[in-house]
Design a protein around this ligand. Sequence first.
Ligand SMILES: Cc1cc2nc3c(=O)[nH]c(=O)nc-3n(C[C@H](O)[C@H](O)[C@H](O)COP(=O)(O)OP(=O)(O)OC[C@H]3O[C@@H](n4cnc5c(N)ncnc54)[C@H](O)[C@@H]3O)c2cc1C
Length: 478
Amino acid sequence: MSSTEPSTDWLDALEQTLSAGSVLRPGRDDLEAYETEWRGRYHAKALAVIRPDSTQALSEVVKACTQARVAMVPQGGNTGLVGGAVARGEREEVVVQLGRMKSIRRVDVASSLMVAEAGVPVSVAQDEALAQGLRLAVDLASSQSATIGGILATNAGGVLTIAYGNTRAQVLGIEAVLADGQILNDLSEVRKDNTGYSIKDVLVGSEGTLGFITAASLSLVPAPKVSATAWVGVESVAQALDVLQAIRQDLSDHLRAFELIPALAVELVLKARAEQGLSTRAILDAACPWQVLIAIDSADAAAPLEERLMDSLMRIYEAGGIGDVVVAQSQADAEAMWVIRESISDAQQVEGVALKHDISIPTPSFGEFIDDTQAGLVKIVPGIRLCAFGHLADGNLHFNLVPPAGHPRSLVEHEPAIVEYVFDQVQRFRGSISAEHGVGMLRRDALAERSDPSKLWAMRQIKQALDPEGLFNPGKIL
Ligand SMILES: Cc1cc2nc3c(=O)[nH]c(=O)nc-3n(C[C@H](O)[C@H](O)[C@H](O)COP(=O)(O)OP(=O)(O)OC[C@H]3O[C@@H](n4cnc5c(N)ncnc54)[C@H](O)[C@@H]3O)c2cc1C
């Protein structure tokens, strides 16, 4: 070791105290995956990747890093979309990946709750709940890889938010490792607990900047026994919102997903899947510019949901509120619909480099926001294409922009102007520049420029109080 290289004696000592395989040192081929954001947008070398296998072991890691003044980057499934789970490369950092903490400590059917460790993949927790007749009311296209710790740390949304709220709404209690390695034992199992500040609510959505979430007690809901799914074509976003209103009136107790999908997204999915050798059909025959995937379900096995959804949609159709409609006749039909919806994120790359935003707008204004913003965007890049899709009922769309056909990199040079314009529009319509993905590195500067100064002040006070040495995920959010 040259005299200018940092000492890693502390890491050697830590390695001795942790179980075998906990410390992955530079030079291994498998480190790349932990050091690179999954889209490849961010990459930085870490001093090491540490994979503790228990809360106690993680506490030792935090103590050792604190003594050595080395920063720690929490990582779960690394599916985050804002550059939160990888190092920044500006100082000595370790990535602490929680994938080995993957035990579901218990499922309590009588209390409808589950206690799961941070590294449990969301889909595993979902399956475990289902096996007990219950449902974890969070679902994302990334559920196979995203972890319980990750969805808490980002307060993830997803397709079920419309019915059950964001991840925060499912959290009863938290276990965490905080500054200096102290362990917060607050795995509460009660639904009412007003004993002072809600520390769990401070940690949920903190993106690893205040400590490590190691486990959570999560509220579960009854598992669905019947479901119905439909795909609807409409002329405009305003018309999609009318359909939402009507469905809410008829079936509000059962509504589980209401996903807006532009015709362009369907076109890109079919093209991308064809390039992968997968044959996929569009759901609708009619050429409708906007489409909606609607899912309803019920824990009552006798509920005639398909009939009720069909009746409701036929009434809207007959009143001229829908251009075309297909109701799934089988589980396979419903799955075919979801495959299209869940392929949209990746499919956009077939046309080149897309610019992606995750915004929310007060729902009634969405139609006007889209028309107005689109008109402004074509002035910046003629031919730019809007691929805005997602959770319309939550007022949250992935407001993505696809380059003009045949010009795959044409948005890249205009990125700053486009992002500035979209965020100005979001503020003008009183929305949020990050609805569900968080801030990470990607939206940090925009947050600083656009947030209420008192909100930023309060956030900095919390950060200073809970992370006085600035070692938890520095450079993210703030
Ligand atoms: C195809 C696809 C679809 C997606 N759909 C949605 C969607 O519908 N809704 C949505 O909200 N998001 C969505 N996402 C984004 C992403 O899946 C979520 O943000 C998810 O919650 C991240 O979980 P993760 O385990 O991968 O966390 P990571 O990406 O590993 O980490 C995310 C952030 O949380 C921190 N963190 C992770 N684990 C811990 C922990 N145990 N303690 C403290 N901090 C921690 C990290 O430091 C980082 O800041 C999608 C992503 C993809 C790729």
